[in-house]
Design a protein around this ligand. Structure first.
Ligand SMILES: NC(=O)c1ccc[n+]([C@@H]2O[C@H](COP(=O)([O-])OP(=O)(O)OC[C@H]3O[C@@H](n4cnc5c(N)ncnc54)[C@H](OP(=O)(O)O)[C@@H]3O)[C@@H](O)[C@H]2O)c1
Length: 204
């Protein structure tokens, strides 16, 4: 969605073409003035793109990517899912056996260039093209070139800065931080995101 907002052609994937069509239609309706380059498709069609973002709930990620392994081979595959659950009123992290969902994706797709990113995007601003976000996006990968590619892509999105955070091992900390952010947002009724200080080039 944010990609389409800056003119990048994007396929909106779904397990059912009809639902992807509905999603694209509702996005076009929401922003009638923008010629969003969005195409609806089943997940197989979405996986044919040059770069693929897996954006299902955490417990659907492996079922989504495993059948697409061949199509995704050699491609940059971005995982943004966070394993979490509700404990009473509070959101808490779950620890997958692999430590993170991103690593689970990398194991399921040994031929792909797996990158973790976008885990901390606050839901409202992430789907709003009218107000630029204000956040850093932590980008982790064991594939340095793929990581750099995603950092550069993030840098093109209004208000966002990509920050390389290290290898896939850092996905555990990144994903586990998300429920804490959700709690911040619940407590303060806001859309807080992450900004890192002290980086070369300034703090934004
Ligand atoms: N929402 C955000 O702003 C945001 C920000 C940062 C990270 N994330 C992460 O991104 C992921 C997606 O978040 P979301 O809020 O977009 O989730 P969502 O709306 O609940 O799910 C996105 C899509 O995933 C598909 N899906 C649902 N359950 C599935 C399953 N069991 N197996 C395969 N596909 C399934 C559905 O599409 P079809 O039924 O059409 O296939 C659904 O429309 C999550 O893991 C979340 O932690 C979200």
């Amino acid at each position: 969605m944010q990609f389409a907002g800056i003119g990048i052609e994007a396929v909106v994937g779904s397990r059912a073409l009809g639902r992807a069509e509905e999603t694209v239609a509702s996005l076009r309706q929401r922003w009638p003035g923008r010629d969003l380059p969005l195409t609806p498709g089943e997940n197989q069609a979405a996986a044919a793109a040059d770069l693929v973002v897996v954006a299902t709930p955490w417990d659907g990620v492996l079922a989504t990517v495993a059948p697409l392994e061949e199509t995704l081979r050699g491609k940059v595959v971005v995982s943004m899912a966070n394993a979490l659950t509700r404990l009473g009123r509070e959101m808490v992290p779950l620890l997958p056996p692999t430590g993170s969902i991103t690593v689970a994706v990398a194991r399921a797709l040994p031929g792909s260039r797996v990158v973790g990113a976008f885990h901390h995007m606050p839901a409202g601003p992430w789907s709003d093209l009218d107000h630029p976000m204000d956040a850093d996006v932590m980008v982790c990968s064991d594939d340095r070139a793929a990581q750099d590619e995603v950092v550069a892509l993030v840098d093109r999105l209004p208000g966002l800065r990509g920050v390389a955070t290290g290898g896939l091992g850092s996905a555990l900390a990144i994903e586990a931080l998300t429920p804490a952010l959700l709690e911040v947002n619940r407590r303060y009724k806001t859309h807080a995101a992450i900004r890192l200080t002290g980086l070369p080039g300034g703090d934004s």
